[in-house]
Design a protein around this ligand. Sequence first.
Ligand SMILES: [Zn+2]
Length: 186
Amino acid sequence: MKHVNLEKLDKIYPNAYFEFYAGCNEPGYDDKPMIIADWNHVPNHVFDKIESLGYACEWSDEWTNCSECGRGIRTIGDSYEWTPAYQLGDGEILCLDCIDPSDCYESLENNPNRAVTTEIAHKYPPEDYGYTLVTDDYVNDFHPGQNDDPKTILKLAREKSPEDRFLFVITFKAQFDMGFALYRKN
Ligand SMILES: [Zn+2]
C-alpha cells in the first residue's frame, strides 16, 4: 500500500486533524488501515485519492481507536440497529477482540442502566461465562403496555434470588424499540 504523508497533509490542511490507525475492528467493516479526519476541511479529490490508495477514510467525530491494539472503533451509530462493539474502561476503550468478557460482564452485573450489547454478546455468549438465561423476551418501545423496565425487573429478580448476580443483554435494536434479556449467575 502506498504511504500517505500525514505530516505533509497536516501542513496543507491543519484543521483536518489527520490520524492514522493501522487497522479497523468494527463489525461490518474491513480490517484495513484507516485515515481519520474532519473531512470538511479536505477537498474531495484528496479524500478520493487517499481512498483509492486502499485506506478507509472515516470521520474523527465518529471513530476512535482501541487502547490495546490501536485499531479503529466506531463510537457513533450509523444505523438504528447499531450497538457499541467496545468496552469503556478506566480511561481506556477496548475493541471487540481486546475485551476481557469476564471482566466486562462482571462490571455490568446488577446494573439496570447498563447492558451487554448485541455485538459483544454475539461474540462472547454469556452462557460461556457462567450465566444462565432467565428471560429473553423483554421489549422496550413507545407503545403503552410494551415497556419492560429494567429497574423493576432487577428489583423483583433480586428479591427472589438475593444471592445471584444479574446481567442485562440487548437482543435487538430497531428504530422504535429494543429487546433485551436477563441472565443470572450464582
Ligand atoms: Zn483492540
